[in-house]
Design a protein. Structure first.
Length: 187
């Protein structure tokens, strides 16, 4: 049985290094792990409880929830915007946290990784994403971390999948998320 890991990217930019990192995760997923890159976060409206009414949830938000509900685990890729989590990623977490106590994240393993231009690789944003996802009900894998600094120079001419060090680290992250998601099935 393959473990489905849903990847959510906190940058909407076409040339985003975090998107490239997520593409690398899809490519590098070890046997038994299927990493799916979710497309469409830009279309999900900002969470508003007035919109979150059964039978009339906006189509993009409903699609996000449907895809997330079938995932066994999550891998979030977060850049850092002004020292914190990008709004698009926080918005996805908000939609996936509902209905309260039964959202698509509830009880599922989740890790946060990413890359940023600064010297710390976006650790503040990644910490904020972990916090929000944990409050939303995810089983946050606090010990699985990958923060890659100097993204614009490091990946200026090399895709993350072609950077041997990053590829090895990312493969390890995916393997660990996979094993956490597979644990309940083995029990």
């Amino acid at each position: 049985m393959s473990v489905r890991i849903l990847a959510l990217v906190g940058s909407l930019r076409v040339g985003s290094t975090n998107r490239q990192l997520a593409e690398a995760a899809v490519k590098l997923a070890p046997e038994g792990a299927d990493v799916e890159l979710f497309e469409g976060l830009a279309e999900v409206p900002f969470y508003n409880e007035d919109l979150d009414v059964e039978g009339s949830v906006p189509a993009a938000a409903a699609r996000l929830r449907e895809v997330a509900a079938t995932a066994d685990a999550f891998l979030l890729f977060s850049p850092e915007y002004n020292g914190t989590i990008p709004a698009v990623l926080k918005n996805a977490i908000d939609w996936l946290s509902r209905p309260y106590g039964a959202g698509a994240l509830t009880g599922k393993p989740l890790a946060v990784v990413g890359t940023a231009f600064g010297q710390f690789g976006g650790v503040w944003a990644q910490d904020e994403a972990r916090k929000a996802a944990g409050i939303a009900g995810a089983k946050v894998l606090e010990d699985i971390k990958l923060s890659i600094p100097a993204s614009l120079t490091r990946f200026a001419e090399t895709h993350p999948a072609d950077d041997a060090e990053v590829a090895a680290q990312l493969t390890e992250v995916i393997s660990r998320v996979h094993s956490q998601a597979a644990e309940p099935a083995a029990a």
